[in-house]
Design a protein around this ligand. Structure first.
Ligand code: CP
Length: 305
């Protein structure tokens, strides 16, 4: 039995297979419409979500399966003090696979150690968000045709942004990847990611503060939200929240074929006027999230179509 805790749980070869399966699902959805009949997905979300939870549920429904779960810790027995280990033992009696989001880093991993069904980390604190990474990889792979030889700008909250952390881990395995890390000084990537992942693996990268200076050299711009829920004080959040705003004027500095991704939700960091630019693909990215989660459910449940 396999779980998904980190994007590195799949080898590059396995990842390629998964992305190809997701592409086939996009082209031939009817072929997969009954693949998970009789199977159930539990979504255990201890932290708010729109895309991840609903795209997991849409994915299982598209595969002919059923869904159950909770979307708020307060409506589960966590509010009475139940541990994730006990919860997953019980969920294992009700469902065939579980997607879990938790504000505590490592909680889905703890659950997976007691589980009798595959557990998918649907985001754990500021740590990792592997299915967002699968979504991001599928988006880049489908629209750029490759995952190698790309200059990727990561912009915004690089300190707390778990989507950024997972994406860096996943992309360094491909040749010719360069990162431009665009953030205020206070929101730079954590030192372990800087030293033990980028420096140790000789990955070319530079750190910048001004988005305008980075734009001309990017193949991909990955914007992120400054996350209010991860700040310890409101004052710091207010000072940082509008540090970056991508608008039409700034988009003029970017290459004609640069793609703008964002895991969403967006607050102010991308002006709505950018939405009509063909390079703005963040809503299409959310659609890719369904295909890749369908491919993931099939893979972890070992369903062959
Ligand atoms: N991208 C993402 O994780 O969105 P949600 O928080 O809405 O699930």
């Amino acid at each position: 039995m396999r779980h998904l805790m980190s994007p590195l749980d799949f080898s590059v070869k396995e990842l390629e297979k998964l992305l190809k399966l997701a592409n086939d699902i996009e082209k031939n959805p009817e072929k997969y419409a009954h693949a998970c009949e009789g199977k159930k997905l539990a979504t255990c979300f201890y932290e708010p979500s729109t895309r991840t939870r609903l795209s997991f549920e849409a994915a299982m429904l598209n595969l002919g399966g059923k869904v159950l779960g909770f979307s708020d810790a307060a409506s589960s027995s966590a509010s009475k003090g139940e541990s994730v280990s006990d919860t997953i033992r019980v969920i294992s009696c009700y469902a065939d696979i579980c997607a879990m989001r938790h504000p505590k880093e490592g909680a889905p991993l703890v659950a997976s150690q007691k589980s009798r069904i595959p557990v998918i980390n649907a985001g754990d604190g500021g740590h990792q968000h592997p299915t967002q990474t699968l979504t991001d990889l599928l988006t880049i792979y489908s629209l750029k045709g490759r995952l190698d030889h790309l200059t990727i700008g990561l912009c915004g909250d690089l300190k707390f942004g778990r989507t950024v952390h997972s994406l860096i881990h996943a992309l360094i395995r491909y040749p010719g990847i360069r990162f431009v890390l665009i953030s205020p000084e206070e929101l730079r990537i954590p030192s372990n990611l800087h030293d033990e992942v980028l420096v140790r693996n000789n990955i070319p990268f530079k750190e910048m503060v001004k988005l305008e200076d980075a734009l001309p050299e990017l193949d991909i711009l990955y914007m992120t939200r400054v996350q209010r829920e991860r700040f310890f004080n409101e004052e710091d959040y207010i000072r940082m929240k509008d540090f970056y705003i991508l608008n039409k004027e700034k988009m003029e500095l970017a290459p004609k074929d640069m793609l703008v991704l964002h895991p969403l939700p967006r607050v102010n960091e991308i002006s709505v006027e950018v939405d009509d630019d063909p390079r703005a693909i963040y809503f299409k990215q959310a659609q890719y999230g369904v295909y890749v989660r369908m491919a993931l459910i099939l893979t972890l449940l070992e369903v062959e179509v």
